[in-house]
Design a protein around this ligand. Structure first.
Ligand code: URA
Length: 432
């Protein structure tokens, strides 16, 4: 039997754990035999000392073994493709990508997480849809992917339960932004969820856990290696998170934007990323198409309305109302106007994410509840030319007071200068 305190001490001192030790630590935690405070201390030791490749694999493997696994491909008799993002501000990509890819004839069964730190979580966003249920049993999940072509759910109680616990703990102990813990968290869910091929959107920049392209490459390589060991095909898109993705930040606001994107009316940057992700997913599927043809098919599914029809079927299948009008609305909407004329040279993603958190769109502690209606719509983005008094952003808040505070926060995320900012593409690299 391991003593958790010994493992914490040894990791603090920079020692390497054996696979058995990691297995006992994680499985003991998942069974409730090791308390949160010891895992929190261990995560912090890992934060400073890291895990090597073998430890990261052993951790991922233990997380998978903490619960049951699914073989979606066998259940459907199809090659199953999944997608996951490392998390950013305004990142509602899965909610648009899922129905588009499914409308192209490729089944998507996806397990998502909740908000971590200043980033939102797909499940929280989906729960802003009245009636929508993200807690499906494994059988119901498989049946919905078979019948509808798409299901996005939380980790069921018996699928990677260790990650579900750890994810919440890391969120409130400043141990989120560390490569081996992010890689094992994401890949354990993807592998246990049964996907044969996985497109990973690795966010880079101010609003992401990985601040630099070099760090993002390390995370991408770590996840590719975990995929290789588990015999899954993995492609990593490295994408910009220096500013929020699209315009909307906040749960219901992001659902509305994702829905509009499925209809072909989304913001240009977000639409671009959605099409990139769809193209790569379709290229990894059993349709036998390459990335270019995948993109053409994704565009066609948007244009002919099949993606929207699939979105509506999917949301109804999970008990939700797919109508945009059904989404909750904040009682106060205040416009933030440009104090000077000029080019938007910067719109800090983290500043906007934190403003959304202050407005009530995210969680400070594991137990916090969130307000689905509040958030920010960024009307001006990096590179835009604004006149004095133009609307920079809308603040959706619970009260006038909170709206004023939100305005001050969001204003500090904007920088307006005389010359346009250096252009930075959204898709920075593809690693496979
Ligand atoms: N997304 C996850 O699923 N896990 C992390 O640790 C970070 C982002």
């Amino acid at each position: 039997m391991i003593r958790p305190a010994d493992l914490i001490e040894r990791k603090r001192n920079g020692e390497v754990h054996s696979p058995d030790e990691l297995s006992e630590l994680i499985l003991g935690y998942a069974r409730g035999e090791i308390p949160d405070y010891q895992l929190a201390a261990w995560c912090m030791a890992v934060y400073f000392r890291g895990l090597n490749g073998a430890e990261t694999y052993a951790l991922t493997d233990a997380m998978i073994r903490s619960g049951t696994t699914l073989d979606l491909g066998a259940a459907l008799g199809r090659r199953v493709v999944d997608k996951h993002s490392t998390g950013g501000v305004g990142d509602k990509t899965s909610i648009a990508v899922g129905p588009i890819v499914a409308a192209c004839g490729v089944p998507v069964g996806k397990m998502s997480g909740r908000g971590l730190g200043h980033t939102g979580g797909t499940l929280d966003k989906l729960e802003s849809i009245p009636g929508l249920n993200v807690e499906l049993s494994n059988d119901a999940f498989v049946a919905q992917v078979r019948d509808v072509g798409l299901a996005i759910v939380g980790q069921t109680g018996d699928l990677v339960p260790a990650d579900k616990q750890l994810y919440g703990l890391r969120d409130v102990t400043a141990t989120v932004d560390i490569v081996p813990l992010i890689a094992s968290s994401i890949m354990s869910k993807k592998i246990a969820g049964g996907a044969d091929a996985i497109v990973l959107d690795v966010k880079v920049g101010d609003g992401a856990f990985m601040k630099t392209l070099d760090d993002a490459r390390v995370l991408a390589e770590t996840m590719l290696e975990l995929g290789r060991r588990a015999e899954r095909d993995v492609v990593c898109l490295l994408t910009d998170m220096e500013q929020p993705l699209g315009a909307a930040v906040g749960n219901a606001l992001e659902i509305a934007e994702a829905r509009r994107t499925v209809c072909g009316e989304g913001p240009a940057d977000f639409t671009e990323l959605v099409l990139d992700a769809c193209a790569h997913m379709l290229a990894l599927s059993d349709l036998g198409v390459d990335v270019e043809e995948g993109r053409v098919r994704a565009e066609a599914a948007i244009a002919d309305g099949s993606a929207l029809r699939l979105y509506e079927r999917w949301i109804r299948a999970q008990g939700g109302d797919p109508d945009e009008e059904a989404l909750p609305r904040a009682p106060v909407v205040k416009e933030l106007r440009a104090p000077v004329a000029g080019y938007v040279t910067r719109l800090g993603a983290i500043g906007v994410g934190q403003a959304a958190l202050e407005l009530g769109a995210g969680r400070r502690t594991k137990a916090d509840s969130i307000d689905h209606s509040v958030g920010i719509v960024c009307r001006a983005k990096r590179g835009d030319l604004v006149a004095e008094g133009d609307v920079l952003a809308e603040i959706h808040a619970r009260s006038e007071h909170e709206a004023r505070l939100g305005c001050a926060y969001v204003l500090s995320a904007y920088e307006i200068g005389d010359a346009p900012a250096r252009d930075r593409p959204l898709l920075l690299d593809v690693v496979s």
